[in-house]
Design a protein around this ligand. Structure first.
Ligand SMILES: [Zn+2]
Length: 419
């Protein structure tokens, strides 16, 4: 069995790994680099392409395969959300007047080529998918071939959240010959999640006391729904006072419909509810004009580059009564949120606006932190471990922590390993 590391190594973005055995060629993820377009350069000769989850850094390059009718395997919600995210990407590229040679038919082709499966067998190769936490429908993949077994984690977490359970270690193959594991936060340990959630609610309560607005930029997929559910429950249980609360994002609202109709991906508590993502206190709005201030607003884009979050950021930043809550640990260097947080200023129509609002970063991440990464390695005891999907410092930090349990290797891009 051979593993080719084609993308998403020594960096985050463009995840793609090829596994070859007995003439069968399988791709694990087929992503784009964030902020970059679909690449036609990535290898295309696969029998099966397995998509771990709907984030575009794992799925976005599927457009380049859409006219080759490949067999794509992944969960139902990964198929549905990937389709929505690809359609959105096509729309944005065309709106910006960019040359982008894909359209809705390509997304239809991808949907038609998609097999919703948790297990498949190729000649001499057995493939199984396992729940991974992280976001709705995310899966790890294990492959057995030539008497060897490997496990690819994709993005994962062990911790449960309000809506989703983390990976269950019991179901994963023990002592695999190879483990290919993400290392996004390989050098980072976070305080317990309950502490972070308390801190998050405290910040919101303080802002409500001074009757300020609270802006929560969030990604349309999973983070918006998780955040809205968290705030909805908190208002319902009296943890937060009753306050106007909204989500604004056409894309997020479409994705929320899938969340309501595919409840089996979520926690038991969520499954008991009929329409768990039709919130009691958090109302979906189409535009910022409809907001009754003061309010809590969860909206896209997640980094404040565009849409309602950019509009409200520039509108609300100058008032010290307001708060901006950042949930992502990572912020791109050119993002308005990073400027607001680190430089205390924003640019609007070429003019600088000083940021007086409180900008708080509380990382409620869907990725495993260092403790969880080590726990997975300690439990599974893989013979060899390959660190991917992480900046070199993060991968290195994790490598030092697990090198007495397993043989660790940080592959280079385009490197091939024989198992
Ligand atoms: Zn992801």
């Amino acid at each position: 069995m051979k593993i080719h590391f084609l993308g998403g190594v020594r960096e985050v973005g463009g995840s793609c790994i090829a596994v070859e055995s007995n003439g069968e060629k399988v791709a694990l993820d087929y992503g784009i680099k964030v902020g970059e377009k679909v690449s036609n350069q990535l290898r295309k000769d696969f029998d099966v392409v397995i998509i771990s989850h709907a984030h575009l850094d794992h799925s976005g390059n599927l457009l380049s395969l859409s006219r080759l009718n490949p067999v794509i395997v992944g969960s139902e919600i990964t198929r549905d959300v990937t389709s929505e995210l690809l359609l959105d990407m096509i729309k944005i590229q065309h709106l910006n007047g960019n040359h982008f040679p894909y359209n809705k038919r390509d997304v239809d082709n991808i949907r038609k080529s998609w097999w919703v499966r948790d297990a498949i067998a190729l000649s001499g190769m057995q493939i199984r998918l396992h729940p991974a936490g992280h976001v709705a429908g995310a899966k790890m993949t294990s492959i057995k071939a030539e008497g060897k077994e490997i496990l690819y984690t994709g993005d994962f977490c062990l911790h449960d959240t309000e809506i989703l359970e983390g990976t269950k270690l019991e179901g994963l193959p023990k002592e695999p010959d190879g483990l290919v594991i993400e290392s996004t936060y390989g050098g980072t340990t976070r305080p317990p999640r309950s502490k972070l959630v308390d801190q998050f609610f405290r910040q919101i309560r303080d802002t409500i006391e001074r009757e300020g607005n609270i802006l929560i930029p969030a990604f349309a997929f999973h983070r918006t729904q998780e955040m809205a559910k968290r705030i909805d429950q908190a208002i319902h249980e009296g943890v937060l006072p009753d306050y106007h609360a909204y989500t604004i994002s056409t894309l997020a609202h479409k994705i929320t419909d899938y969340f309501n109709s595919q409840r089996h991906f979520f926690t038991e508590e969520i499954q008991k509810q009929r329409h768990p993502f039709n919130y009691r206190h958090v109302k979906p709005l189409r535009r910022t004009k409809q907001i009754k201030e003061p309010a809590i607003v969860i909206c896209t884009s997640g980094f404040g580059h565009a849409g309602a979050s950019l509009h409200l950021l520039t509108e609300w930043a100058a008032n010290e009564d307001n708060s901006v809550m950042i949930n992502s640990g990572y912020l791109p260097p050119d993002s308005p949120l990073k400027m607001a947080k680190e430089k205390g200023e924003l640019i609007k129509n070429g003019n600088k606006i000083p940021v007086q609002a409180e900008v708080e970063q509380i990382e409620l991440s869907g990725h495993a932190d260092q403790t969880e990464l080590i726990q997975l390695v300690e439990t599974l005891k893989p013979k060899r471990t390959f660190l991917v999907h992480g900046e070199p410092e993060q991968a290195q930090a994790l490598s030092e922590k697990i090198s007495d349990i397993t043989e660790v290797y940080i592959p280079e891009k385009r490197e091939t390993i024989a198992m």
